[in-house]
Design a protein around this ligand. Structure first.
Ligand code: FE2
Ligand code: FE2
Length: 302
C-alpha cells in the first residue's frame, strides 16, 4: 500500500453487529487490524486471552465509559480519552458498560477475521462486501452457478458439488480486507496495491477455515492459481491445484470478463469463451472450460 487513504462516514467499516456489541474493521495492514468496538449499554463482554504471546490489543475510549475487572480483581472505570491494553493475559477480563461505550481497538496481529468467523454471519459479510462495489454485486452467486454447472457437466459427485457451492460463494470474501480505494480504483494499480490485492485469497481462507474446514479453505485460497504456474498467491501448478479450485478459476474468470468492471468493459459470452479456450491447459483447466462451453451452449448463450 502506498499513499494516503481517506475513509469518510465509516464507509470502509465492515462489521458484525450482535446483541451486545458491534465490531467493525476500519483498516488492516501487514497483520495489524484497526477496529471499532462498541459495547451496548448493560451488556457484558469479555476480553479473552490471545492466541499468540506476541499479540497486543489496545483499546482507546472514544465515547461513553466502560468498567473492566483487572487481574487483581479490582474494578476500574475508564472514560473518554482513557485507554488500556492487554498482552499475555491468562484468563478472560470482564468488561461492562452502564451506558454504552465506543472504543478504538488496535491489535498487532490479525484478529478481526477470527472474531468475525465465529461470531458473525459470513453471508451478511459477503453481501455487504459485494454491495460496496456495484461491479461485484452478485459476483459470487454467478460464480457459484457456473461452478455447479461445470461440476454437473463433468459428472462429479453431489459431495463435490456441495463443497463447490460453499467455496464459490465465499471465494472472494477476503476482499473485504482490501481498502475501497484499491478495490475500486478505475486506473491500473501500482505494484504495492497489486501485491495487496493478491493477498485476498489468503484472507478468504482465514475467514472460511474456522467455519467450513480445511478443504473449503484450501479451495478458496487457490482460486487464482493457474495450471501453468502463473497464478497467485503461491504460483502452484498442475495437480498441485485442487480440481475444485480449477473449476472456480474458470467460472470466476468467465464472470469477470462478462461483467463491467471499474477498469474495463464487459465482453460478450462468445468472446469470453474464446479467451478461455486460448488459455486451455495453460491458464485454464481444459475439462472445466469444455464443461462451461457445453453449459453456455445448452442455454443458448453462445
Ligand atoms: Fe478472487
Ligand atoms: Fe472472484
Amino acid at each position: 500500500m502506498e499513499g494516503i487513504y481517506i475513509v469518510k462516514n465509516g464507509d470502509y467499516v465492515t462489521g458484525v453487529r450482535q446483541k451486545q456489541s458491534f465490531l467493525g474493521l476500519l483498516a488492516s495492514y501487514e497483520g495489524m487490524d484497526i477496529m471499532q468496538l462498541e459495547i451496548y449499554a448493560d451488556k457484558p463482554m469479555w476480553i479473552d486471552p490471545g492466541s499468540s504471546s506476541e499479540l497486543m490489543e489496545y483499546f482507546y475510549i472514544l465515547d461513553g465509559s466502560v468498567s473492566i475487572i483487572d487481574e487483581s480483581g479490582e474494578e476500574k472505570l475508564l472514560e473518554k480519552g482513557d485507554c488500556f491494553y492487554v498482552a499475555n493475559i491468562k484468563k478472560s477480563i470482564p468488561a461492562k458498560s452502564a451506558n454504552g461505550v465506543k472504543m478504538l481497538y488496535i491489535s498487532t496481529k490479525p484478529v478481526f477475521n477470527y472474531l468475525y468467523s465465529y461470531t458473525g454471519d459470513l453471508n451478511e459479510l459477503r453481501r455487504r462486501c459485494e454491495e460496496k462495489d456495484q461491479y461485484t454485486k452478485n459476483h459470487s452467486n454467478r460464480v457459484m452457478e457456473y461452478s455447479v454447472k461445470i461440476c454437473e457437466n463433468l459428472g462429479l459427485s453431489k459431495e463435490i458439488t456441495n463443497t463447490l457451492v460453499i467455496s464459490s460463494l465465499f471465494h472472494d470474501i477476503g476482499k473485504c480486507m482490501i481498502p475501497d480505494e484499491i478495490l475500486k480504483k478505475p486506473t491500473s494499480l501500482n505494484r504495492e496495491e497489486l501485491r495487496y490485492i493478491m493477498k485476498h485469497p489468503i484472507f478468504s481462507r482465514s475467514f472460511v477455515e474456522g467455519k467450513f474446514g480445511k478443504q473449503v479453505a484450501e479451495i478458496v485460497e487457490q482460486h487464482h492459481e493457474r495450471p501453468d504456474g502463473s497464478g497467485y498467491p503461491y504460483g502452484l501448478s498442475g495437480k498441485e491445484i485442487l480440481p475444485e479450485a480449477r473449476i472456480i478459476a474458470v467460472a470466476d474468470s468467465y464472470d469477470a470478463m462478462t461483467t463491467d468492471r471499474a477498469y474495463k468493459k464487459a465482453v460478450t459470452p462468445r468472446e469470453a469463451l474464446n479467451e478461455l479456450r486460448l488459455g486451455e491447459g495453460s491458464r485454464y483447466d481444459r475439462d472445466a472450460v469444455k464443461a462451461l462451453a457445453k453449459y453456455l451452449k445448452d442455454i443458448n448463450r453462445v
